[in-house]
Design a protein around this ligand. Structure first.
Ligand code: UD1
Length: 323
């Protein structure tokens, strides 16, 4: 592992993806600071690091223009994972989504330039493609975001690219496709896998919006962590945008069936409701660019990932499941 970076900041580092990244960075020998406002993240996700001298937790908001420059000062690299991540939440509250996802990112970018940060890795989203008809989705497609959430992720991505072009910030954008795994907080704004597992644990049938024929490319969180490590260390990542996914397409109906089989809950028949506003129909990725330039090689099949996740839930307490 290249060691020209030693101090790393992870925004949203107490959250679902961020906390897994923190685990990996500490394991690799980096000193890690986390800023998290605990709106979705939780201290418990990083509690096992609290006694370490190379770990620093700051409860704060990425929109805070006084705090952020202070914590970015002296940092070599930033992983920007903090965001409001839900499409329906953005439909309910587009202004807040914009403030956190766009203004928060801009605040962080400005502080990173001022602090001469050497690498800035941005957690973007496959939602930026919107209803682009070509499948699988590749990085050169025209972008047609259709929800306030998707617009906010794209606007922030554009800011990241502008900061690379104008200020020479050493950036990389990773467009995550439907990340799942342990530690995603369960609530109305969680991802579909977290919601389905929790409903099934409570003996409730999966609730499917629309006909369930919409597709997603579900990506296990450790594959996303690996992509971030590659984005940190590979020079070929500089100024680039990459799809991070598995390159496979699964319908929501198939997902429900797989989970019901794994959890032995096939007696619970899925319930159908109206399609969700802002939902895209199909999403799956061409990951050739990440494979070629980053040597990214996703490891986890959906079946294995779901099985691992279900085992994690079996070993976790009720308190870890909900907000
Ligand atoms: C997800 C992420 C988003 C990310 C994007 C691309 C979350 C909360 N959202 O958005 O941050 O940028 O992938 O990586 O992690 N559905 C049901 N029943 C449910 C819940 C959802 O049928 O109980 C359906 C939805 O209508 C949708 C699909 O499942 O068609 C996926 O929904 P969701 O998990 O919320 O993800 P995205 O909206 O794709």
């Amino acid at each position: 592992m290249q060691q020209s970076y030693s101090k790393i900041l992870v925004t949203g580092g107490a959250g679902f993806i961020g906390s897994h990244l923190v685990d990996r960075l500490l394991k690799e020998g980096f000193a890690v600071s986390v800023i998290d406002n605990l709106s979705a993240g939780r201290r418990g996700n990083v509690a096992h690091h609290h006694d370490r001298k190379d770990f620093h937790f700051i409860e704060g908001d990425i929109r805070d223009t006084t705090l952020v420059p202070k914590i970015v000062a002296g940092v070599d690299a930033v992983f920007h994972e903090a965001a409001l991540v839900s499409v329906p939440r953005s439909v309910e509250n587009p202004l807040l989504t914009n403030e956190v996802n766009v203004s928060g990112t801009l605040n962080l970018l400005k502080a990173s330039v001022d602090a001469h940060v050497k690498r800035f890795v941005y957690a973007s989203s496959s939602s930026v493609y919107g209803e682009a008809e070509t499948l699988p989705k590749h990085e050169k497609l025209a972008l047609q975001p259709i929800s306030p959430y998707a617009v906010s992720k794209l606007a922030a991505e554009n800011y990241v690219e502008a900061f690379h072009a104008v200020y020479g910030l050493n950036t990389c954008c990773l467009r995550y496709f439907n990340v799942y795994g342990p530690r995603q907080t369960y609530g109305p704004y969680s991802g579909v896998i977290t919601i389905f597992v929790n409903r099934l644990l409570d003996n409730e049938a999966p609730l499917i919006y629309g006909d369930g024929k919409q597709t997603r490319d579900f990506t296990y969180v450790q594959d996303v962590v690996e992509a971030n490590m590659l984005a940190l260390t590979k020079q070929s990542a500089t100024g680039e945008v990459f799809n991070i996914a598995t390159g496979t397409q699964t319908t929501i109906n198939q997902l429900a069936t797989m989970l019901q089989q794994i959890m032995d809950k096939t007696n619970l028949k899925p319930v159908y409701a109206a399609p969700r506003l802002g939902d895209i129909k199909h999403s799956y990725a061409d990951v050739t660019k990440a494979k070629d330039l980053l040597q990214y090689n996703p490891q986890m099949s959906l079946k294995d990932g779901l099985t691992k996740l279900v085992k994690w839930y079996a070993a976790s307490s009720q308190a870890q499941r909900t907000l």
